[in-house]
Design a protein. Sequence first.
Length: 663
Amino acid sequence: MRAVLILSLMALLPAGLQALAPSRGAMLETSSTAELEQRVKAIDEALSGLSRISLRTGSGSLGYRSHDHPDSAHEEWVQIELPQDTALDQIVLVPSVWRNPIGGFNADGFPETFTVIAGRKGEETGTVIASFSPADGILPRIAPLIIPCNITAAWVRVECDTLPPRLFDGRYNLQLSEILIFSGATNVALHQPVTHSGEPKVTGLTLRPEYMVDGFTPYFMNTGQGRSSRPFNATAHGQLSIHLDLGAEYVIDGFHLHAVELNDTAPQGLPSSYGFPRRFYLEAANKADFSDAVRLYTYQRASFAHAGPILMKHLPETACRYVRIQVIEPFVLERENMTPAIRTGFAELEILAKGQNVALHRPIRLENPGDVRHPASSLTDGRNLYGRILSPRQWMNELVRRHDLERERPLLTAELNQRYARQQINLRRLGWLAALLTGGIFCIILVDRMLRMRHIARIKERFAADLHDELGANLHTISLIGELAEKKAVTNPERLPGLLQQIQATTKRSIVAVHHVSDLQTATGLYKGLIADMNRAAERIVVDLKHKLSVSGEQHLATIDQQKQVDLFLFYKECLINCCRHSDATELSTHLVVGAKTTLLTVTDNGSSPPDHGAQTLPPSLERRAKILGARVTLTHPDEGGWCISLRLRNKRRWPRLTRAGK
């Protein structure tokens, strides 16, 4: 919110003094998007209530233009002489406006580098009020430039030592439409003497030094506030008198007479001075019959340059209640093939007392009005064709504020558009990232499902293998012991109880194996150690065969995962069962070599036929067990006879568990 506050304060500063504020670009970078949006909204709301910069059409005075030069390195100045030392608080420079056929309207001859100086009576150097350079960014503009001040002075001078080029031929000069110097609500520069660097006096039809303080600006008052009001318009053929009753006695010191607005059509359908008398008197009185009338002002229009949207005049301070405008020479509208038409019209009559319009909503009485097209009450309703009428100072301030806000708004919208574009890019990136993540999640789910299915398949395979190998081995053992018991029952009866106990123990192991066949590692009593279980399995399975088991590298057994040791043991049991069932062997030897990285298990018999009834291929049960182990298994027929089953297994190192010190 701090950045928004700074932007708001900058909008209140007059152009040219914004260099004293922090860089607007820096504030754009530090403000959040929400703050910028809020600022744009605030600007739009402010603009809706500010006067509009509406340029005059028709003809009139243009202000002051200095001598022209071939280059910019020349000094020109203009100085307004005030009648006495006066407290000043604001200076307004109004640019001359040129219609550029390419870029629209532009300030013509308005300097970027200049100094404003003010001094008291008798002072020659004065005090610098303000100094401007191109870094202040006061151009381009067609709005006034406001320079706040707090000084007591009797003259104000604008000095320019680097002249700007004028638009129509590129030569260099200084040009201003109007200079207004405010002391409170009063423009003390109005109709004051002007001196300048171009002595002898520059003369021209519409460009003269005195036109710089005649009160005619290149704008008409378009506040856009409140209801519009049609101007008073009468067709009196005699001397029209407009009587105004102020309701009480006031000390009046000025008046503003607003001309009929003709800027509502393009091109302008009537002359710029339409309805404005060529000559009239302004009189004041304290009696309603004007028997004590005092003439305060006489207007005589010598040329079209002496007319404008608002005729502003200072008057000698006069205490009065009644004011009268006496039209001596009305406006005459020349018409082709028609009788000239006499017209007298005004949009508003303001009578000022210390800057306050004391004529507002006061009654009007007409003498010899002729045909009145719009009521005389519109002369004091405080409105013109475009809405409420403001004081000159407030009007100028609103024009400057609109200019500053309209210059600021494109910067804000450009920054917002850039941020919106970046947000769109980021949103697209987020969309692609979301799609990528969705695809990744789908792939992860699919892979996980495949892994789970593969794991389930492995579990099924292991379950089948364990069920086949463990129960098959136990059942085969029971069968062999049963056959042996049958033989010993006749030849050696004393061994029969021991054989029956073996059958009972094997049966119990089979029951336990059925309960825990899915996880042999958790089956109590099933696994006591690889070497011990291999010896015990050999004793149970190869009962009548001569068997030899040799082990080397037993210290490396810790490098083999326990599950792999179980699977290796089950593979070995299946080898024993196949040899006993199918090879007709009498001798069997097993050699287990455990290395640091690999383990080699070799089972050799002296049988006369292959383990699977003559086919020189591994039995499916051994292939299944080797696949579960992830090992390589081969079946060979040695030259000395019999068969040899070899299994090569890569060990998987188990990281040792960390133990606490001292344990």
